[in-house]
Design a protein around this ligand. Sequence first.
Ligand code: CIZ
Ligand code: SF4
Length: 303
Amino acid sequence: MTNLQKEIMNIKKDKNIKILAHNYQTYDIQQIADYVGDSFYLSKISQELDCDTVVFCGVNFMAETTKMLSPDKKVILANEEAYCPMARMISPDDIIKFREENPDYTIVSYVNSTTETKAYVDVCVTSSTALKIMNQIENKNILFVPDENLGNYIAKKIPNKNIKLWEGYCNVHDRVTTEEVYDLREKHPNALLLVHPECREEIVNLADFAGSTSEIIKQAKESSNDEIIIGTEVGVLDYLEATVPNKKFYLLSKHLVCPNMKKTKLEDVYKAVSCEGGREVVIEEELMNKAIKSINEMIRLAE
Ligand code: CIZ
Ligand code: SF4
C-alpha cells in the first residue's frame, strides 16, 4: 500500500467511516474500500452499514441510492462531478407523459437513473436482478427505461411480455463494435468472452456470457478457461489482473473506460475522509420518500 492509501485507512478507522466503491473504480481505490461490487450489491450493503459516514466512490445516482437506504448516515460522493450520462436520458416529465398516454403500463427503471426519475417509476432493477424482477411483474405491458440495450436483452428472455424500450444508452458500452469482437476472437481464439448487457445486442449475441460486473468477475474467477476477454469497463479488468495472476485478461475495446467513473482519484478519497472534499448527498425528504419506494420494491422482488 502507498502512504496515501495507508493514511486513508487510518483516517477512516478513526472517524468510523466506511468506503463503498463500484467495480469500475481504479484498483488503488478498490484496495482501500470496505465494500466493492456492482450496484445491487452496493445497495444491499447500504442497508446494513455500521458506521457514521459513508464515502462513496462511483457516480452520483449510486451515492444517492446509498443515502436513501441509510438516511441516518452522512453520505459523501468522493468526486462531486461524477455522474452517469445515461441516467440523464430520461426525466420525470417523460415518465409522467408516458403514463398519461399509456395508463396500463408498469414502468421499470434501471438504477442508472436520477433520484427524480426513480420517484415516478414502479420499480427499479439492476443488471443482475432485472430478469428475476421483471418475471414477477404481473402486468404484460412494461416500459423499460433508460437503457435500450439492457431492456432489449431482458425482453428477448421474456417474450411473453410486451416490453417498450426507451432509447437511452451507456456511451461506454454502446461503443463496442462487432469488428472489435472478431478482432479479439481472432487474436485469442480460446478465450472466453464475458460482456455487460449494456453492450449492443449484436455484441451480446457473440459473447459466451452476459451479466453485471460482479457476475462477470465471478465467471472469470470460476471458469476453467485461463484466457478471458472482458467486455465491460476497464476497472473490472484491473481488479482481475491484480487478484487472479494465473489467468490472462484482455479488454474487448479501448473505449471501455468510463470517464465519469474515472473522475474519482485517490486524492479525492483522501479529501472526502478528511471532510475537506467531495459532496455530501442531500435529498429533499418528499423526493426521498417517493423514490425509495421503487428501490425497496427492487430489493423485495430480488430476494
Ligand atoms: O454503471 C454501470 O455500468 C453498472 C452499474 C454496472 C454494473 O453491472 O454494476
Ligand atoms: Fe453510466 Fe456507462 Fe459509466 Fe456505467 S459505464 S456509469 S452506465 S456511463
